[in-house]
Design a protein around this ligand. Structure first.
Ligand code: NOJ
Length: 564
């Protein structure tokens, strides 16, 4: 059973999460595709890194048209990743290390190859017909979609099926038909699937696009808006305000029912983290009501994507922290996420500047909230720009005919990731050909990024100044310092010249201050409080404390403990 460290705060509020994209982590079978036994062989590495919870992007049975986010059986494992026995072994091995395991649950849709959908589309009278959302078309003998609803990825979300002369709804890509949760059998089946994995010991679920579960039953058209691309706070897009297809009022009741399923399991408590693009206000609504000051009755966590494309400066982060502290006070808690399998990697947004990346990490691992680290982020893996025309990613394929200048423009603005292959290249373990991901004579499923000879685990382990060692030190410090994993947060007054962000974490008698210099200038702070001691600095080899003043180099981050 995983270890409970501090009885005050629930374990999942204090944890640190590492996301593994199984296809790209470690190949053990010699087919150039990562797999479960490969992951098991790297658990020592993850334990040594100091992360406490591991989230796996889906490895359920799937035709892999969206690399696992198109599930064809929620209770078995895709053969290229392993077997159900391998999966049991993975869970057991993680628990034996006192760590936790999170699966990725795609409740909104299935693959169009799922036996349920194959049955559903076989005839209008099939008992599974109502497991998906089928409607007659409009005008010209039903040859126009039932209404104007657009899919998340652009274009109509309705797809015509000739055999039964009806249209089915798909929020994402056409091969990912939405399940119909107005049918109680669907809900029952999916809740039982959740129980199936909870019974196997899974400690939590990341919920894929969980704000799209229900749509308007009356099929009212979505209103027009001028917005073309969604932002991290707002999913209006493709000139449509998606009031009838996203964040439907019935979602909130559904989440509470789902939470009740999770609450059937108490030893240890399990958790849900929702993937939702929305304002903080709406995200908080998804977390439910404050029940008794210690818990809520909705999602335990939601991703706050506000941090994804944020400008790298003190005042922007200050505003973010301020708003998180406003909306997500106990029993709510924010998350800190800078990269994932859909986004350009953070360090690429920071101009591949290691000092900036270390500062970013210091913020992520010391601010109040649950940090989510994407595989390779800890070694400073950069995006590898791969040509759209060869895309493995179905979104890349969908947009493969977009002119390159437009791709560059969108990519630079960070508003869209048109080829998600770029952030999914194989993990870089060592400087050998194929970076130790698979053997040298194989062709990995995606090309290894050319930076692998310098940016890899093996080389960075022996470099005390590497970003990998920065992560290790901070993760250890966070685990050992109650103020960092469980303390309250208050911002310190803004610094005169604006380049510094500083805040304080307090837990009982313990006071820890975090000082982050976002500017290119060395800066000296005014008097630090009583008896400061340096716990961590991103710059090795020199004491930033001179008497009671703190001297910060450009992009330096320092963590201090104050003793009264
Ligand atoms: C969001 C996931 O993060 C993405 O990778 C996936 O393609 C879509 N949902 C569809 O499941």
């Amino acid at each position: 059973m995983p270890i409970q460290t501090n009885p005050d705060l629930q374990w999942w509020k204090k944890t640190t999460v590492y996301q593994v994209y199984p296809r790209s982590f470690k190949d053990s079978t010699g087919n150039g595709i990562g797999d479960i036994l490969g992951i098991i062989s790297k658990l020592d590495y993850l334990q040594d890194l100091g992360v406490e919870t591991i989230w796996f992007s889906p490895f359920f049975s799937s035709p892999q048209a969206d690399h696992g986010y198109d599930v064809s059986d929620f209770r078995s494992i895709s053969p290229e990743y392993g077997t159900i026995a391998d999966c049991d072994k993975l869970i057991e091995n993680i628990h034996n290390r006192g760590m936790y395991v999170v699966f990725d649950m795609v409740l909104n849709h299935t693959s169009n190859q799922h036996p349920w959908f194959l049955e559903s589309k076989s005839s209008r009278n099939n008992p599974k017909r109502d497991w998906y959302i089928w409607r007659d078309g409009q005008k010209f003998g039903g040859k126009k979609p039932p209404n104007n609803w657009k899919a998340m990825v652009g274009g109509s979300g309705w797809h015509y099926d000739e055999l039964t002369d009806q249209w089915y709804w798909a929020q994402f890509l056409p091969f990912q038909p939405d399940l119909n949760y107005r049918n109680p059998k669907v809900k029952q089946e999916m809740f039982d699937t959740i129980r199936f994995w909870l019974d196997k010991g899974v400690d939590g679920f990341r919920l894929d696009i969980i704000n799209t579960i229900y749509e308007d039953e009356a099929l009212r058209n979505n209103p027009f808006t001028w917005r073309l691309f969604p932002s991290e706070e707002d999913d209006k897009s493709f000139f449509q305000n998606k009031i009838h297809t996203m964040n439907h009022p019935d979602n909130f009741t559904f989440i509470k029912e789902l939470r009740n399923v999770l609450d059937e399991y108490t030893d240890p408590e399990r958790f849900l983290v929702g993937e939702i693009t929305a304002s903080l206000e709406l995200l908080k609504r998804y977390c439910g009501d404050n029940v008794d000051g210690t818990k809520t009755n909705g999602l335990h966590l939601t991703f706050q994507f506000q941090s994804l494309n944020t400008k790298f400066n003190a005042s922007t982060f200050r505003n973010i922290i301020e708003s998180y502290e406003q909306y997500f006070t106990e029993p709510y808690i924010p998350t800190w996420v800078f990269s994932n399998h859909d986004q350009m990697r953070r360090i690429s947004k920071l101009g591949n500047n290691i000092d900036k990346a270390k500062l970013n990490t210091t913020l992520q691992l010391t601010a109040r909230g649950v940090p989510f680290i994407y595989y390779g982020e800890e070694i400073g893996m950069a995006n590898h720009r791969l040509p759209l025309k060869n895309a493995e990613d179905p979104i890349g394929q969908k947009y493969s005919r977009i002119p390159q200048f437009l791709v560059n423009l969108l990519t630079r603005s960070g508003s869209l990731s048109l080829n998600r292959d770029n952030c999914r290249t194989p993990m870089q373990w060592d400087p050998s050909l194929n970076a130790g991901f698979c053997s040298e004579e194989l062709k990995p499923w995606l090309p290894v990024s050319p930076c692998y000879q310098t940016i890899n685990v093996h080389s960075e382990e022996s470099d005390s100044n590497s970003i990998l060692n920065c992560y290790k030190t901070l993760l250890k410090l966070r685990k050992e310092t109650p103020a960092l994993h469980s303390g309250s947060l208050n911002l310190l007054p803004p610094f005169l010249f604006g380049g510094i962000l500083s805040f304080q974490r307090v837990y009982n008698e313990q006071v820890v201050q975090i000082w982050l210099n976002f500017s290119t200038k060395p800066t000296r702070t005014s008097e630090i409080g009583e008896n400061p001691r340096v716990l961590f600095s991103t710059v090795a080899g020199c004491n930033p404390l001179k008497d009671t003043l703190l001297h910060l180099e450009p992009y330096q981050g320092v963590v201090l403990e104050l003793f009264s």
